[in-house]
Design a protein. Structure first.
Length: 581
């Protein structure tokens, strides 16, 4: 016994005596045989063995033969352990209080109150698991620093991989991080192998399920095939094909058309493949840009596909219309001067900073959806900042600068301050073109389909232009002529007339124009898309629509036409005609 006691007492105070025994090979083999009275013991944990030797725990029988020095060492070890646990518990409670809003104010400066209650019973594992769903933080400053470090890591990933910054605007960007945060700190990101195998496979499966849902909508309501051509940095031309229906827009496929983009025959082949995949009976129209190759392909498809319309892109048509107007002498001269002034201001950092100091950081360049819309919106911005620009080029800062003596600076200053035609011409151009830019914004919006509104939008734009010109035909006549040329020869389609007629918001407005052109467009659509028996049935049913019979005439129908899309309105109230919505 003395040899054992000597072994125990010779251990450092920083080492648990009982642990020393517990780790002894002989003792481990005999399951902590009772060293002091020769019988086997199964107290199990080191802590219970310490309490047995120290004789301090009421629920554990003390050892009657343990030497005093061993008992004292065990008491000291237990006391030290108790102090450590007390400190740990206090720290954990403080962290939980912060995580739940207690002990530190929330962002609004208030702390939610909590009723007094007995603490929930906790087990040993609870000390390592947060009781809250949010991660505990002791100090908001630390939290900011932690976020900064995380953001730097994310940024480093973007930089090293050459990922464009606008990827952070992707609709899947935030959900990705929310998923990681909800999982917790033990999340292991997917490997390259996982991304290219089961994750990709599962996503393809999900996309195909979405496609099945869209196909049902195409069959039920019909759809439009939209093409969007673009060129990458290696001068390769691609065409994206998207399918639009009341179920929303679905990206179908992208093809490399570098070898066929200039050929109308090859484009026709591509378009026919897409029509066959969607099924011709489901297709109402195909929409392309106004390039001659697409125009030729679209017209040939209308000759071979008896139920399908080809329609040029409305946004592209209006941009070409703005280009036509921009060729008018006065417009051309004004746009040229404005472009030269903007090139000088935005081409030199010091001049740009000076301009922003006078415009209160308002920009003059106004990027828009198309090239010529951008030019006219920039004219509008220049007009709004007229006084700021004149003050800038009259300021001491400008006059003292080296730019005031350079040719470009002298020329731009002369345009802004002394050109008697510059400002009146800007006002002239803006008044005549702004209504068309507004139409462009409407047709480029994703909030609603423009088909049922195009006819009305163009008519209202023409009226607004005439009013802006003081109803003087000499002033608005040249603009109207170019609008009519583009509308009649390119943009207008019987579908626009039918959409206008079947749009309840416009059909029952006092401004509705029920002229021959509208009726003719409606009948042309019916003749192309329906057989005679169906056409006869629809023609009779339109009487109920025109005269507001049945559900069409209800107060609910009249009120909701102002807030519902035409499609949703017909789904809601067209059932009385047995249309099967």
């Amino acid at each position: 016994m003395q040899s054992v006691s000597a072994y125990i007492s010779s251990s450092s105070l920083e080492t648990s005596l009982a642990s020393t025994h517990r780790n002894n090979p002989r003792v481990d083999e005999l399951l902590v045989r009772m060293l002091y009275h020769g019988r086997q013991s199964s107290y199990g944990t080191i802590n219970r063995l310490k309490q047995h030797l120290a004789g301090t725990h009421k629920g554990i029988k003390p050892c009657p033969t343990v030497p005093d020095e061993v008992a004292n060492e065990c008491k000291k070890a237990l006391l030290k352990l108790q102090k450590v646990k007390t400190l740990q518990n206090a720290t954990l409670e403080e962290m939980r209080a912060v995580a739940s809003g207690n002990g530190m104010g929330n962002e609004s400066g208030t702390s939610p109150s909590r009723p007094n209650s007995y603490p929930k019973a906790r087990g040993p594992i609870d000390d390592y698991v947060s009781a809250q769903t949010s991660q505990a933080t002791l100090n908001s400053k630390w939290k900011k620093e932690e976020r900064k470090e995380v953001c730097q890591r994310i940024g480093r990933f973007f930089f090293s991989s050459g990922i464009p910054f606008n990827v952070a605007n992707d609709s899947y960007y935030l959900p990705m991080f929310e998923g990681v945060a909800n999982y917790g700190p033990s999340f292991v990101p997917p490997s390259m192998h996982e991304l290219r195998t089961w994750i990709l496979k599962d996503e393809v499966t999900n996309i195909n399920k979405m496609l099945d849902g869209h196909k049902k909508s195409w069959k039920h309501y019909g759809c439009s095939i939209m093409s969007d051509s673009w060129t990458d940095g290696r001068s390769r031309c691609f065409i994206n094909f998207l399918i639009n229906s009341p179920a929303n827009t679905f990206f179908l496929i992208s093809i490399d058309a570098s070898d066929s983009i200039k050929s109308g025959e090859m484009l026709e082949l591509h378009l026919n493949k897409i029509i066959d995949e969607v099924r011709e009976e489901n297709v109402v129209q195909i929409i392309t840009d106004n390039g001659s190759n697409f125009v030729n392909a679209g017209k040939r498809i209308m000759e071979t596909r008896s139920h399908v319309y080809w329609t040029p892109c409305a946004a592209h048509c209006i941009d070409l219309l703005l280009e036509d107007i921009g060729k008018l002498t006065l417009h051309q001269e004004t746009l040229k001067k404005a472009k030269e002034a903007m090139r000088f201001i935005y081409g030199h950092t010091w001049v740009l900073d000076l301009m922003r100091s006078f415009t209160n950081n308002h920009e003059l360049l106004r990027p828009a959806v198309t090239r010529f819309a951008t030019a006219y919106l920039t004219l509008q911005s220049i007009q709004k900042q007229k006084q700021a620009l004149r003050s800038m080029f009259s300021s001491k800062a400008w006059n003292k600068s080296t730019w005031a003596k350079k040719h470009e600076g002298v020329k731009t200053r002369a345009t802004i301050l002394f050109d008697q035609n510059f400002w009146p011409y800007i006002a002239y151009c803006v008044k005549r073109v702004t209504p068309l830019v507004s139409v462009l914004r409407e047709v480029d919006s994703e909030e609603k389909s423009c088909m049922g509104y195009m006819y009305d939008l163009m008519n209202r734009a023409k009226e607004k232009i005439a009013i802006n010109c003081g109803s003087n035909q000499i002033k608005y006549g040249p603009i109207w002529k170019r609008i009519d040329d583009r509308w009649n020869n390119q943009l207008h389609s019987p579908l626009h007339a039918a959409g206008y007629y079947l749009n309840p918001r416009l059909r029952f407005d006092e401004r509705f124009s029920n002229n021959y052109e509208i009726k003719q467009g409606l009948f042309q659509c019916m003749e192309r898309m329906l057989g005679y028996e169906e056409r006869f049935k629809v023609d009779v049913q339109l009487d109920s629509y025109d005269h507001l019979r049945g559900d069409f005439g209800s107060q609910l129908a009249m009120d909701s036409k102002k807030v519902r899309s035409p499609t949703d309105w017909w789904i809601r109230f067209g059932g009385s005609l047995g249309l099967g919505f």
